[in-house]
Ligand binder design. Structure first.
Ligand code: PMP
Length: 395
């Protein structure tokens, strides 16, 4: 008998990771991870917790000091009217926050409108809650933003929520304040929840502004903002994320989901998180500046290296180059019908360069590939040199 999880896809990114393991001296531009180290404030607080034997069970929703600090951060930095630290819950990374949120909010057959392209695990989490994802395109000619009339046209009587992600993985697009105000009005008109994935809130370029939709008057009542320490503090492996709601019914369900999936998130990591929030926030700006330099380095070289096969404008946020492949490009020996998969395999096979096919992020992503430019500069220049050799010889 088939089980509903049999129809929930795994991730193409993992398939590529496995392919990359068979490559000698690879350029890992497929991985969505920064090459920086977590700040001392995070690491020393985590180590202190080890030495102080803080190794026992803690509160299901997170340790009080961490929730207090996050409540303050969300109020001051994000402008969200957090009522009390009880609104805030700690998760095992942003992905777990999305899992808990999806399960607490959604029921069988509920529809959630999601961006296309989107980060696949966000959609996977919605599907594990037996809800349905309804894609709404992000348009490249609108700097990967929505046509808001089109977004509203996707709403049906089954629509329960909108999942929004700005800055966006994979496009790097940043929704403007006006976009978010438009989305807020749509959510109010149709009485919808908003799941607002703000994982890249601190990864912004060229003076772009991050706005949380939950900061608009009345919107926090229908929004679950989701954040992570992964990108802001270069701590992807430590697994620390959080979300908030003032809705008591949702809080109750979320507490259950946290209990039954983790009992509590690692006590040590939570103490580390306290250290990160109490310490200097300078690392975030250092990371941001370096990422902007890496973005510029990659975009300055990629057009020439690929002989014009790739095009795209540098993104205003996140750390991905989501590039359009020249529609006439073909690999005669490709085993894939999808052009983006063919390109990804071509670059791995001939250039040792990792990327993620646009199709993996949704239908609207086809014809594109995603490169992560959060790698060391040397790895980026190595990948560009290799790309130059591949496209020059037409390997
Ligand atoms: N949302 C988006 C859009 C992401 O790209 C990621 C990480 N790649 C996350 C959430 C969650 O990250 P984590 O689970 O490491 O906190």
């Amino acid at each position: 008998m088939p089980h509903y999880l049999d129809a929930v896809p795994f991730s193409g990114i993992i398939r590529i990771r496995d392919l990359m393991f068979s490559v000698k001296d690879p350029f890992r531009l497929d991985q969505g991870d920064v090459s920086f180290d977590a700040p001392e404030s995070f690491k020393s607080a985590l180590l202190r917790a080890v030495h102080e034997n803080r190794t026992h069970y803690v509160q299901t929703t997170g340790i009080p000091r961490l929730r207090e600090l996050i409540a303050e951060k969300m109020r001051t930095k994000n402008g969200i009217p957090i009522v009390s630290p009880d609104d805030v819950m700690i998760a095992n990374g942003g992905i777990h926050a999305l899992y808990v949120t999806s399960h607490a909010l959604l029921e069988d057959g509920d529809e959630v409108i999601v961006p296309d392209p989107a980060w696949p695990p966000a959609l996977g989490n919605i599907l594990t809650a037996r809800a349905v994802t309804v894609p709404c395109p992000l348009h490249e000619e609108l700097q990967w933003r929505y046509d808001l009339d089109e977004l509203e046209s996707k709403i049906t009587p089954r629509t329960r929520a909108l999942y929004v992600n700005s800055p966006s993985n994979p496009t790097g697009g940043v929704l403007t304040r006006a976009d978010l105000e438009g989305i807020a009005r749509i959510a109010e008109r149709h009485n919808l929840w908003v799941i607002s994935d703000e994982a890249y809130e601190d990864v912004l370029f060229d003076g772009a502004e991050h706005v949380s939709i939950a900061s608009f008057p009345g919107l926090y009542d229908r929004t679950i903002p989701v954040y992570t320490f992964s990108k802001t503090y270069a701590a992807t492996g430590l697994r620390l994320g959080y979300f908030a709601t003032s809705d008591p019914v949702l809080q109750d369900r979320m507490r259950k989901m946290l209990l039954y999936t983790t009992s509590n998130v690692s006590s040590l990591v939570q103490y580390g998180g306290v250290g990160a929030l109490e310490g200097s926030q300078e690392c975030t700006e250092v990371f941001r500046r370096e990422l902007q330099a890496r973005r510029d380095l990659f975009y300055a070289g990629v057009d020439d290296a690929a002989g014009g096969v790739f095009s795209g404008t540098p993104p205003k946020g996140a750390f991905y180059a989501f590039l359009r492949i020249d529609p006439s490009w073909r690999d005669p020996s490709a085993t894939h019908e999808s052009q983006s998969w063919a390109m990804t395999e071509y670059l791995i096979t001939h250039g040792r360069i990792g990327s993620v096919p646009g199709l993996d992020f949704g239908k609207a992503g086809e014809g594109h590939v995603r490169f992560c430019f959060a790698r060391e500069r040397q790895e980026l220049t190595g990948a560009l040199d290799s790309m130059r050799a591949v496209f020059a010889t037409g390997a």
